[in-house]
Design a protein around this ligand. Structure first.
Ligand code: ATP
Ligand code: MG
Length: 435
């Protein structure tokens, strides 16, 4: 197939090239490019479409496998890409004139390059797919991928590229995490993140002007390509980038366990003090439909084996001092003590607000110091710290999300560590919460 003359080939910027050069490798079958506004995402898409045709010819892919550019709606896809797409292919690649009503191009090789809108994804079935490029991916319906596009890529082992600017914690973020090292990583996925500034298509002065005009979260989303939550986050000081780091369990070093007594699930977060005095979360224990006896046994199973006994202190929900008929009149705290654990619980329930303030100050204090870190294997905890929000219009953490139990478990521990029980009646702001 004829190549575009060198002078006609647009030059990709260095970050665009990085995204481009990872294409068509088996370990990067699905690429996710998270980029700020005006990065040059759509510009790059054009190049990707052309290469996909070359790859189809090279691999002798059957012509029933098409090459698609998709955007959230057909109208948008057409407006953004159709003219660019027609320019992306030299005339001598085309078998016939572009189909203007359906927005597709038939190559001399027989392969069809098509513009699609994902608002009507159900109508798109019917062919195989060799390459799918999803632009503005954060704005598409995730079902379009799961129910329609992904199965169509199966016949020929097709590849995909998803590009867009973040829109909160949605499927685009999930796709990004699949391509990153960490618990959500999946084989065959690769991802990257670039700010608008890195894209090099808007001057720094323009970006600074935008910063002055927008609220900080909006600016971070649009220009720094940052995934922001809009509902108020409870543990807002926690940052995946800054608070997640390896915190390996060290045998023999005391363990600190925060515990929530909710039955389904029973949740505990397990910490150790690191050499520099910071706290590191080494583990999480989440037991569906369980009870305090079982949780105690699980901690024993994991951390009191043979000679590897660690000194364990549990910092539970102070409500665990109440007797329960379900535990034959025993209290949760007495159960833990009977199993040989040291238990520290404040005599009175700390205010939820105080617990949250202390937890935030541990993850990042106002002067920017971080005193608590979480091991990447504690995936549910990381999700919970990131995702628990306040109930709309209230200052009450949302109790229906399922994230509250882990946040509570960690909060009991952090509060007791920072404000030991004899002083716990004072609000934390009355004494130094600093290091
Ligand atoms: N490699 C490049 N060489 C020359 N111009 C480029 C390049 N990349 C992008 N541009 C130009 O920069 C501008 C923004 O590009 P593009 O529309 O692709 O960005 P985008 O990230 O899709 O923007 P949006 O966030 O608005 O969707 C366009 O005018 C485009 O032609
Ligand atoms: Mg674009």
């Amino acid at each position: 197939m004829a190549r575009l003359r060198k002078a006609e080939r647009p030059k990709l910027t260095r970050p665009q090239w990085n995204i481009y050069q990872h294409g068509w490798r088996p370990e990067c079958r699905f690429r996710v490019a998270v980029c700020g506004r005006r990065f040059g995402k759509t510009f790059e898409a054009q190049e990707e479409m052309r290469r996909a045709v070359r790859m189809a010819v090279k691999h002798d892919i059957g012509t029933e496998n098409e090459i698609w550019y998709g955007a959230p709606t057909f109208k948008q896809a057409k407006r953004v890409m159709w003219n660019r797409l027609k320019k992306a292919f030299p005339e001598n690649w085309l078998a016939k004139k572009p189909n203007e009503s359906e927005c597709n191009l038939t190559m001399k090789s027989g392969h069809i390059v098509r513009i699609v809108g994902l608002d009507n994804y159900d109508n798109l079935r019917g062919s195989g797919l060799w390459f799918f490029l999803g632009d503005e991916w954060a704005d598409t319906k995730p079902e379009a991928w799961r129910e329609t596009i992904r199965p169509m890529l199966s016949t020929a082992g097709g590849h995909g590229l998803f590009i867009g600017t973040p829109k909160g914690f949605n499927h685009f973020r999930d796709a990004y995490l699949r391509g990153q090292p960490g618990p959500q990583h999946e084989d065959g996925w690769w991802s990257c993140l670039y700010t608008s500034l890195a894209g090099g298509n808007i001057p720094a002065s323009e970006i600074e002007a935008a910063r002055r005009d927008m609220d900080i979260r909006q600016f971070r989303q649009e220009y720094d390509a940052s995934f922001e939550t809009y509902a108020g986050r409870v543990i807002y000081a926690f940052s995946r980038a800054d608070n997640v780091r390896p915190c390996p369990f060290i045998i023999g070093r005391p363990l600190l366990v925060g515990m929530d007594f909710n039955i389904n699930p029973m949740s505990a977060t397990v910490w150790q003090r690191e050499d520099d005095g910071t706290l590191g979360q080494v583990d999480e224990i989440i037991l569906p439909t369980s009870n305090t006896d079982e949780m105690a046994d699980e901690i024993t199973r994991r951390y009191r084996r043979g000679d590897q006994v660690s000194h364990i202190t549990i910092y539970p929900d102070p409500a665990g001092a109440q007797r329960k008929t379900s535990a034959q009149g025993r209290t949760d705290i007495s159960i833990l003590r009977a199993k040989g654990f040291n238990v520290i619980a404040s005599a009175s329930h700390p205010l939820v607000r105080d617990r949250i303030n202390v937890t935030n100050s541990m993850f990042c204090s106002a002067d920017g110091h971080r005193s608590a870190f979480v091991d990447p294997k504690c995936a549910k905890s990381i999700e919970a710290y990131e995702r628990q929000t306040y109930r709309e219009g209230t200052g009450e953490p949302d109790k229906h999300s399922g994230y509250d139990h882990i946040v509570d478990a960690t909060g009991y521990l952090m509060f007791s560590v920072k404000c030991p029980p004899q002083r716990a009646r004072l609000t934390p702001t009355r004494f130094n919460l600093g290091r």
